[in-house]
Design a binder for this molecule. Sequence first.
Ligand code: GDP
Length: 201
Amino acid sequence: MKVLDARFVTTAVEPKGYPPGHTAEVAFVGRSNVGKSSMINALTGRKKLVRVSNTPGRTRTLNFFDVDLERKGVHHQVRLCDLPGYGFAKASKADKAQWETMITTYLEKRHRLEAVVSIIDAEVGPTPDDLATLDYLQAHNRRILVVATKVDRLSKAQRKPRMVALSKAMDLPLELILPFSATEKLGVDEVWNALLGTFGK
Ligand code: GDP
């Protein structure tokens, strides 16, 4: 697996702003501060493709990136959509309603969306917001991959049993839950393999 290129495409709020074309797309969702920006940077091998921030809730738009990959001699182009993080306590009600409309419209209307990566904190486990998001995605027949990040905070011996516990807590098959660490660059190939393997299914 080799990332050949990764670039920012555009920012959008409404469907008319979504980038056109037929590129297979993957969306990333998770609560604010879960490590979503760090994950996208690690997956694309870029330090600053997405700004890593300690100010949760700042990203209020959909951000699209195009990635060129080579896997087993085959070239793939994938479009990533970074969705604004949810669960930002200080956001106003109006802000929250606006984000929700933006996200649900995207998740329901985007035809080229092949899979949704739901990011959870491996240590914290799924929050009520995470579980509600998973329910919503399943209700809309979206293909899901759960990526449990920050596993570097768990000892090596804790990791596998933790994934089993998460799979039970989320009522999802174990193979849909992948351990990840942006700081240790752990799980990068596994996430790409899982994503590319779902396309067109
Ligand atoms: P976002 O708000 O979901 O985009 O989260 P960020 O990527 O900005 O990360 C939030 C915080 O978690 C930052 O302080 C990161 O340095 C930290 N973080 C992100 N990924 C990891 C990880 O894999 N391991 C550890 N230990 N910390 C991480």
